[in-house]
Design a protein around this ligand. Structure first.
Ligand SMILES: CC(C)(COP(=O)(O)OP(=O)(O)OC[C@H]1O[C@@H](n2cnc3c(N)ncnc32)[C@H](O)[C@@H]1OP(=O)(O)O)[C@@H](O)C(=O)NCCC(=O)NCCS
Length: 173
């Protein structure tokens, strides 16, 4: 498996990412039965507005099989410094082989090296705690139960207050 950055302006990469995220989230229990996934659209919106902090593709034998996106998020009084991880998806046929873990670990390494305060996300603690993510008292995401609001910090600064994700995450009409 090989992890690399999405090539800016490369349509083959953006199409592959759409396919991976769409297929990973198709039929996901977080969506209403029969509803179409929206995660691939979120990535497209982040790309279009130039706000993909990081867009990593995982390839096996040269074929894209996994993807993770990071974008800036406001956390409480902190207008900058925090990054939101997601969406992350792996093709269903390739799940359970460590590809998602490798993408998340590489994303965290990159953000730490870049001097970010930390990374926040909304997700299943059963999966993300293995990467160091944890609930933080005083950290929230409007409309989401606190147990799914997770963060990892790289310095002393604690994430406090509400996470405001990029507008790309707003409900898609
Ligand atoms: C979540 C996802 C990205 C993980 O990628 P992956 O390549 O399958 O993950 P890995 O192989 O690195 O890790 C697999 C482990 O994660 C666990 N896991 C996967 N999803 C999980 C979840 N939602 N809750 C708890 N554990 C989960 C698996 O049981 C497995 O556990 P094990 O290591 O103890 O056997 C992938 O399953 C996926 O694309 N799912 C659909 C989209 C999705 O749910 N994205 C995250 C939304 S928050």
């Amino acid at each position: 498996m090989h992890i690399r950055d999405e090539r800016p302006g490369n349509q083959q990469d953006s199409r592959a990412i759409t396919h991976v995220e769409y297929t990973a989230f198709k039929g996901h229990p977080m969506h209403a039965p029969g509803a179409e996934p929206t995660e691939h659209l979120i990535v497209g919106r982040l790309r279009a507005s130039g706000d993909l902090t990081l867009s990593l593709l995982a390839e096996v034998d040269g074929e894209p099989v996994g993807h993770v996106a990071l974008s800036p998020a406001v956390v409480g009084a902190d207008q900058t410094g925090w990054q939101l991880l997601g969406p992350v998806g792996v093709l269903p046929t390739m799940q359970g082989r460590g590809i998602g873990s490798a993408l998340i670990r590489e994303a965290l390494r990159r953000m730490r090296d870049a001097g970010a305060l930390g990374v926040v996300l909304v997700g299943d603690p059963g999966y993300y705690t293995r990467f160091g993510f944890a609930c933080v008292p005083g950290l929230g995401y409007p409309g989401v139960p606190d147990q799914y609001v997770l963060a990892v910090r790289f310095g002393q600064r604690l994430p406090q207050g509400d996470i405001i994700a990029h507008a790309a995450f707003a409900e898609l009409a």
